[in-house]
Design a protein around this ligand. Structure first.
Ligand code: 4AD
Ligand code: MG
Length: 455
C-alpha cells in the first residue's frame, strides 16, 4: 500500500495534491458539517490534522470512529490557517481500516506509567512510549555508527552458552521441553552439558578481538537476579566493545567518548522526542545532558571513593568499607552529590570482581572501571583483561572454577596473548540516562522482571 508518512508530510516545503496517509485517530472533534481528526502514524511525535467534510460519502462511518481507530485518508496537503500547525490534510476519501470502540483503554487523558505497564501491548501508541521507542531505535543505530567510524567490527556472540562469564551464578538454564530419548530415566542434555542463557558476550568477544583487533557485540543478555529494582531487568540489551592492544586508559577513553557521542546524537537528531521527556518526565533533563557533554568525566579510584564516602558524614544504609561492592546509594552519592556528573571509578578490590580482570601490581586490586552517571549509578562496567596465563589460571583456581571447561579461553592466553580490554554498557540504562525515565520497565517495550512475563 503506497502511503506517505506523517513525518515527511509535516516536513514538506510545499502543498501536495493527492497524498495517501494511514494512521490511528488520537482525537476527533466535530463541528457543523466537519470533523477534525488528529491522526498519528508513529513516524513522529506530532499528529496531522485531517479535515473531513460532511459531503464525504464515508462521513457517517467516520463519525462512528473514536480514539484508536485506524484510517486510510487520501486528500490534499494544504497550508493550515490554524495556530500552531503548518499543514493540514483536506480529505477526499477516508476508509476505516479498523474501528476502535469506546473500550479502547488509551482515551485522551494522562495515564500513569504503572497503568501503562499493564497494557504494554498498547502503550507504544502513546506520545511518551512512541517517543521512547523511536529514540531507542535511533540510539541503537548511533551505536553502530560510532563503532564503524572507529574501525570496529560488529560481531555476534552466542545467546546460549555453557559458561558463566560473571561467575555470579545468576543464569537461566536452557533445557528442551520434550524429554528426548531418556537413558535409564535420565534426560540427556541437548548440548551434551548444562546450558544457559548468556549473562554477557564478553568471553566470546575477546576471542574475536584477539583476531580482528577492535570488535563489539550488541545483543540481549539475561540475568536471574531476584532484585526487583528500577534499574534491573531479567532480559536486557548489552553493548560490549573489546579492544586488542589496549589498556585501561584506552578503555576509559572509549567509554567516555561513546557516552558523550550518544548524548550529542539525541540532542541533535532526536530533539523533538527528547523534548517530550524534558517537558513531562524530567525537568532537569536538558541540564543533565548538557553537563555530560560539557566537561570531562571525573576519575577516581575505588580506594579514594571509599575514603570519600566514609568522610562524607552521610549515614548510608550500607556502611562503606574497603572490600565491599559499591551500593547504588554510594554510586549515587559520588556521581550526584559529590561530582555532579559522570564519574569513572577504577581499581576495585579483586575479591569482588570476576576472574578475567587483570590483577594490578599491588596484588589487591584489579584493572576494572565502572562509569557512574547521575540518576542511575553504574551504566558501564569493564576492565583490562588478565592476559598472563599463569596469573589467570591462579585466579581461576582460587575461585574454584572448572578449568577444563574454559580450555578455549585459556588457549587465547597460550597463543599470542596481548593486552586487551573492554566493557559492557547496559542499553536500557543508557536510555534511562538519555530520557530521564526512572524505571527500566519503561525503556524496553516488553520488560521481563521477576514475576512478570505477560506480553
Ligand atoms: O558490569 P557488568 O556485569 O559487566 C559485564 O557483564 C562484563 N562482562 C562486560 C564486559 O566487560 N564486556 O554489566 C555491564 C552493564 C552494567 O554496567 C549495566 O549497565 C548493565 O550491564 N546491566 C544491567 N542492565 C539492566 N538490568 C540488569 N540486570 C543489568 N545487569 C547489568
Ligand atoms: Mg558491573
Amino acid at each position: 500500500m503506497k502511503r506517505t508518512r506523517i513525518a515527511s508530510l509535516l516536513a514538506s516545503e510545499k502543498p501536495i495534491e493527492d497524498v495517501c496517509l494511514m494512521g490511528w485517530i488520537r482525537t476527533r472533534r466535530d463541528a457543523k458539517g466537519f470533523s477534525f481528526i488528529e491522526l498519528n502514524d508513529g513516524s513522529c511525535l506530532k499528529n496531522i490534522q485531517v479535515i473531513a467534510a460532511g459531503e464525504l460519502p464515508e462521513y457517517e462511518r467516520v463519525l462512528a470512529c473514536g480514539t484508536g481507530s485506524a484510517l486510510r485518508v487520501t486528500g490534499n496537503l494544504a497550508v493550515s490557517p490554524a495556530k500552531g500547525q503548518r499543514w493540514e490534510v483536506h480529505a477526499k476519501s477516508i476508509a476505516v481500516l479498523g474501528q476502535a470502540p469506546e473500550t479502547y483503554p488509551l482515551q485522551k487523558k494522562r495515564h500513569t506509567d504503572e497503568f501503562l505497564r499493564t497494557i504494554a501491548h498498547l502503550r507504544p501508541r502513546t506520545n511518551k512510549y512512541g517517543a521512547m521507542f523511536r529514540i531507542r531505535s535511533e540510539v541503537a543505530l548511533a551505536i553502530h555508527r560510532f563503532f564503524r567510524d572507529r574501525g570496529f567490527r560488529y560481531v555476534n556472540t552466542p545467546i546460549i552458552t555453557g559458561s558463566d562469564c560473571e561467575g555470579a551464578g545468576e543464569m537461566f538454564r536452557v533445557a528442551t521441553q520434550k524429554a528426548q530419548g531418556q537413558v535409564d530415566g535420565i534426560q540427556p542434555e541437548f548440548f551434551g552439558q548444562e546450558a544457559y542463557l548468556t549473562v554477557s558476550g564478553q568471553l566470546s568477544a575477546e576471542m574475536l578481538a584477539l583476531a580482528l583487533g577492535d570488535v563489539y557485540t550488541f545483543g540481549p543478555t539475561f540475568r536471574a537476579e531476584n532484585s526487583n529494582t528500577r534499574r534491573h531487568a531479567a532480559e536486557f540489551w548489552m553493548l560490549e566493545p573489546e579492544m586488542a592492544f589496549a589498556d585501561l586508559s584506552d578503555n576509559m577513553e572509549l567509554g567516555e567518548s561513546l557516552i558523550t557521542y550518544l548524548v550529542r546524537h539525541v540532542l541533535d537528531d532526536c530533539s523533538e522526542d527528547i523534548g517530550l521527556f524534558a517537558q513531562y518526565v524530567e525537568k532537569e533533563l536538558m541540564k543533565q545532558l548538557e553537563r555530560i557533554v560539557s566537561a570531562p568525566f571525573a576519575r577516581i579510584t575505588y580506594t579514594e571513593a571509599i575514603d570519600l564516602l566514609q568522610r562524607s558524614g552521610r549515614s548510608f544504609d550500607y556502611a562503606p568499607s574497603w572490600g565491599i561492592d559499591l551500593q547504588t546509594e554510594h554510586e549515587r552519592f559520588l556521581t550526584e552529590t559529590h561530582f555532579g556528573g559522570p564519574v569513572i571509578v577504577t581499581g576495585y578490590p579483586r575479591g569482588i570482581k570476576p576472574f578475567y580482570m587483570r590483577v594490578n601490581d599491588d596484588g589487591n586490586t584489579v584493572a576494572a572501571m565502572d562509569i557512574l552517571v547521575p540518576g542511575i549509578g553504574e551504566i558501564v562496567g569493564g576492565s583490562q583483561r588478565e592476559e598472563r596465563l599463569d596469573v589467570l589460571e591462579g585466579r581461576m583456581r582460587e575461585l574454584g572454577m572448572n578449568m577444563d571447561a574454559y580450555w578455549w579461553y585459556l588457549d587465547s592466553r597460550r597463543f599470542g596473548s596481548v593486552p586487551h580490554c573492554g566493557f559492557g554498557m547496559g542499553f536500557e540504562r543508557v536510555l534511562m540516562m538519555l530520557t530521564g525515565v526512572g524505571n527500566i520497565r519503561d525503556v524496553i517495550p516488553f520488560p521481563r522482571t521477576p514475576g512478570s512475563i505477560a506480553f
